[in-house]
Structure formats: C-alpha cells, structure tokens
Write a protein that binds this ligand. Structure first.
Ligand SMILES: Nc1ncnc2c1ncn2[C@@H]1O[C@H](COP(=O)(O)OP(=O)(O)OP(=O)(O)O)[C@@H](O)[C@H]1O
Length: 281
C-alpha cells in the first residue's frame, strides 16, 4: 500500500523513500493532514480538534477526524456521535459520518461499551493509530484533523512517523506557554521535520458577563516573548467560556463573538498552510 503518489506530503517531503515508514491507502485521497497537539493533557486539544473540523466543514471543505487519543477518546461525543458504531469489512474500516458530514474514526466507535477502559500496552495503541490511517476508508478529504495523544511519548512519536502530517496546531494555556513543556513538544515536532502551523492559546482569559471586561488570569506578556523566541505563529486566543466547554451538549459554539474568534483562527490556519505551500513550490 506504500505509495508516494497517494501521500498528502507528496511534493513537500524531503524524506528518503527507503527510510519512510508511512503506508498509504491508495483508495484514499487526502489533501491536508493536520495534527492537533499539546505538551500536556487537559488544555483543550480534543475540543479544539472538533471545533476546527466543524468550522472547516461549515466553510465547505470535506473533513475527517482521526481520534489518535486512543486511551482518552472524546472526539465522538464532542462531534455529537452517541450511539453509532463503525462498520468493518475484511479490507476496510468505515468511518462514522456526523450530521454535518464529518467522517470520524475513534476507538470508541469500535468497542461495544464506551465506558470500558482501554488497558493496552504502547505497541497495541500505536498499531491502532496506524490502522486508522491505513485501513480506514476516508476516500476524498480536503482536511484530516488528527487529535493527537497528549505529551511527547511513544504514541505521538508513532503518529508522526506513520502518518504524513503536513502541519501541527499546538494548543497551550497561557500558564504553560512559557514552560519547558511546550518547548519540548515544539522541539519534538521540529526534530521530526514537521511544520508547526501555529499556536492556539486556549483559556486565555475569562470575560465578565456583566461588564464584558476581559480578565487575564495569567501574565500574558511573557507569552509573546516566548512565541518570538521559538519562532512560532499565534493563530489566536480563546477565552475560557461555557459555549466552548459545552459543545458536546450544544453541538456548536453558541455565542457570536467566540464563533467569530474561532472562525478567524481557522482562516489563519488555512492561510498559513497555503503560504508555506507556495514557498515550497
Ligand atoms: N475554551 C474553553 N472554555 C471552557 N472550557 C473548555 C475550553 N477548552 C476546553 N474546555 C474544557 O476543558 C476540558 C478539557 O478539554 P479537552 O478534553 O478538549 O482537553 P484535552 O487537551 O484534549 O485533554 P486530554 O489530554 O484528556 O485529551 C473539557 O472539559 C473541555 O470542555
């Protein structure tokens, strides 16, 4: 199945073919693969992966989400899939499609009871992620969003080695931004020769519901210095707000201001990818 012609990185890849560990499924034609990553857990990586997919789909793109967070799979719930299960044949695994036509693959769509924990060793988890790339029939997609496992361990490494990721969106919270945790994740991605599209600063501030004053809980200035030093592009900031925290219940961001902010983050992401693509050509 290994085939450079069907690889989303074809044309922008500097790897020697013999050292490439990526197996592509020739039945799929995926134009862009975006990994959503964070240095540590709980910062909003899955929530933002789901929201990026929804926004891209609303913009008219064909979108898929691969939930590579095998031991903490929250993508189906965030995208409103409650009871559906993925079907399989001898050759393929078929993704479940949401109401807004987003194709989704997650371990929770393959197991009987979503409350059962996945008590697997690292190698099994890595194999499941690889299969989500090689065996799932994604067909034609403009964007495949990968909700990466948190941190810089074995599974994120396997994802980066076995899936041709075009770029990473790094999620951080302001307190973390200046810490070595984000630096570690950024350096790992760069060592793997993968582009960092930019950073989304989540839970950046809260807003007073009465006077609309923005309240920054953490000191933000050092974050700008940090981004500069690391040569990172800030795609945007998001408040800590119930309309983001409740998307699995409401199905989408319910207030216009936050929706606008999110829309501009996704537009920045698309433009940044296009810019880098045109530089490489
Ligand atoms: N901007 C936000 N405002 C309010 N709540 C948020 C926001 N972003 C994320 N949350 C909430 O924070 C919690 C953690 O989010 P999420 O599960 O997306 O993080 P994660 O980084 O993917 O975690 P994990 O490492 O467990 O996969 C969730 O309860 C989510 O609803």
């Amino acid at each position: 199945m290994s085939n450079c012609n069907s690889c989303p990185s074809n044309g922008s890849c500097s790897k020697d073919k013999s050292s490439c560990a990526v197996e592509n499924n020739t039945m799929n034609n995926i134009k862009n693969v975006i990994g959503v990553m964070s240095g540590k857990g709980g910062v909003g990586k899955s929530t933002i992966s789901a929201l990026i997919a929804k926004n891209l789909s609303k913009k008219g793109y064909k979108v898929g989400v691969l939930d590579a967070d095998i031991t903490g799979p929250s993508i189906p719930r965030l995208l409103g899939i409650k009871n559906e299960k993925a079907k399989t044949s001898e050759q393929f695994i078929f993704p479940v499609e949401t109401k807004d036509r987003i194709k989704v693959m997650s371990l929770n769509l393959l197991i009987e009871n979503e409350n059962e924990p996945v008590i697997w060793r690292g190698a099994m988890i890595s194999n499941a992620v690889k299969q989500f790339w090689t065996d799932v029939l994604w067909e034609e997609l403009d964007y495949l969003i990968i909700d990466m496992p948190p941190g810089t361990g074995d599974v994120p490494l396997t994802v980066m080695q076995s899936i041709p990721i075009n770029g990473i969106v790094m999620i951080s919270v302001p307190q973390d931004m200046v810490s070595m945790i984000v630096s570690k994740a950024v350096n790992m991605v760069r060592k793997m020769d993968i582009d960092i599209i930019g950073v989304v600063e989540n839970m950046s501030y809260i807003q007073c519901p009465d006077c609309n004053k923005k309240i920054k809980i953490f000191d933000g200035e050092k974050n700008i210095e940090f981004l500069d030093k690391m040569n990172l592009n800030l795609l945007g900031e998001l408040p800590m707000i119930s309309s983001i925290g409740n998307i699995s219940i409401n199905g989408s961001i319910t207030d216009k201001d936050t929706e606008k902010m999110f829309d501009s983050i996704v537009t920045n992401m698309i433009n940044s990818m296009k810019e880098k693509e045109s530089i490489m050509q």
